[in-house]
Ligand binder design. Structure first.
Ligand SMILES: [Zn+2]
Length: 340
């Protein structure tokens, strides 16, 4: 099968590798309808995360089940399914508490690779959620977004306690931040302030529900959020970047008693203890338990209430994966879809 392999920072190739197959009896193999490149795939692409030899890339996937292992009971060949970027049994105590991304039997799909013609999905019964039927082709991008960026933005909004009467600030204008805006809107937030300095992303943020845009960053960004909120700060802040500046901006932009939902994968972030102490904010984040939200998100997409597929602004055949990575790295694309 063809698969996207990263050999070194900036070096992405499409190669033939052996077909994905059943390894554990709880596995399924799916044929993706489309795959995509995630912002987190850019960390190794930029040399910020180390690569240990040629690595199969990707962790987002939707598609049709081709094979199931002997122990799979719920998922059947022919089902159209959506899964999250963490495979989980969905039965352990941590899963049942709604934190499937930290399942005691978790398998990170990034360690398996999904940017390929076939994908092995561990813990198929726990991980995969079937759609009500075969989706219309125009729903594929939105269902693919649910696999990670929508589910992650949604968790961030829930963790930040976005809801009616709340002012929500969103740090980060990548796909997760933009879909955090959408999630905050769906959860009923009164005011949604997107922090972005790119005109095209500002426009998309407004389309997805942002009521205000703040272009300033860092301390100036925090000041601007305070000006917009009677000097208090936002009730709820979504942090969808993972850098020191973004995390400080998120905590600083949140009022005492408010909530920060942080989902940007943390890279060298160091928090000042005393600053955190006096911020009086709630911090809740981590790898999003997308599986918790998938049934609801699939429903909303199926009913065409939300259109998170709008974040895909570049679609190329998988052979041109290198172009997709470069476009996202240079921020010419918000999110790239690869067709098979
Ligand atoms: Zn579990």
């Amino acid at each position: 099968m063809r698969a996207v392999i990263m050999h070194a920072p900036g070096d992405v190739r499409v190669e033939q590798i052996p077909d994905a197959s059943i390894v554990e009896p709880t596995d399924a193999v799916i044929r993706p309808a489309a795959v995509c490149v995630c912002g987190s795939d850019l960390w190794p692409y930029r040399g910020i995360e180390p690569l240990h030899g040629p690595t199969a890339m990707g962790h987002e996937y939707v598609g049709v089940v081709e094979q199931v292992g002997d122990a799979v009971r719920e998922i059947e060949v022919g089902d159209f399914v959506v899964g999250s970027f963490v495979a989980s049994d969905n039965t352990c105590d941590i899963c049942r508490a709604g934190y499937q991304s930290r399942c005691v039997h978790q398998v990170m799909m990034g360690s398996v690779g999904t940017q390929s013609e076939l994908v092995r999905v561990p813990h198929a019964d726990g991980t995969l959620v079937r759609t009500p039927g075969m989706p219309e082709p125009d729903l594929i991008p939105s269902l693919l977004a649910a696999s990670d960026v929508l589910g992650t933005g949604w968790f961030a909004a829930v963790a930040a306690e976005a809801g009616p009467g709340k002012t929500v600030a969103v740090v980060g204008d990548g796909a997760v931040g933009l879909l955090g805006v959408l999630a905050a809107r769906e959860l009923g937030a009164e005011r949604i302030i997107a922090m972005s300095r790119h005109a095209d992303r500002q426009a998309l943020a407004r389309e997805l529900g942002a009521t205000d845009i703040v272009e300033e960053r860092g301390a100036a960004g925090v000041e601007r959020i305070k000006e917009l909120t009677d000097g208090l700060g936002a009730h709820s802040t979504i942090e969808a970047v993972g850098t020191q500046e973004a995390m400080e901006q998120a905590i600083g932009a949140t009022r005492p008693g408010g909530h920060v939902g942080f989902v940007g994968v943390s890279h060298d972030v160091q928090l000042d203890g005393l600053g955190l102490f006096f911020s009086s904010v709630h911090l809740h984040g981590g790898p999003a338990p997308v599986r918790r939200f998938l049934p609801d998100l699939i429903d909303r997409i199926w009913r065409r209430e939300i259109d998170p597929g709008k974040v895909f602004d570049l679609t190329v055949p998988i052979e041109r994966a290198a172009e997709a990575y470069a476009a996202m790295d240079e921020r010419r694309a918000v999110k790239a879809m690869l067709t098979l």
